[in-house]
Design a protein around this ligand. Structure first.
Ligand SMILES: [Zn+2]
Length: 102
């Protein structure tokens, strides 16, 4: 087999591997994008180290969940006595029944 032909075959193989990496990198990128992360950054991450990026993308917490948590904590305060979260306007704790003074 001529050496030139061998080179072309190796090159074609390399291009296939690169194409596969590009496609595979999209998977963690989509997962991360659904959680409010940058699609391109995560695609690049998956392209470079797919084995790490895929479990990482599954593991990260969605960004909007954090926002919801922050919204939920708005309008609430901790009971001075039992430290349960109660409504900001509450005069009596719904958990321990103690009178609250602001
Ligand atoms: Zn209480």
């Amino acid at each position: 087999m001529p050496f030139g032909l061998l080179l072309i075959m190796v090159e074609a193989e390399l291009i296939q591997v690169l194409q596969l990496a590009v496609i595979i990198g999209i998977i963690p990128a989509f997962i991360a994008r659904n959680k409010g992360k940058s699609f391109f950054l995560w695609w690049f991450y998956g392209f470079m180290i797919f084995i790490v990026a895929l479990p990482h993308s599954l593991w990260i917490k969605p960004a909007h969940q954090k926002v919801e948590q922050e919204q939920n904590s708005e309008g609430t305060k901790k009971c001075f006595y039992c430290t349960e979260l109660i409504k900001q306007e509450a005069k009596v704790c719904q958990y321990c029944g103690k009178l609250l003074h602001d």
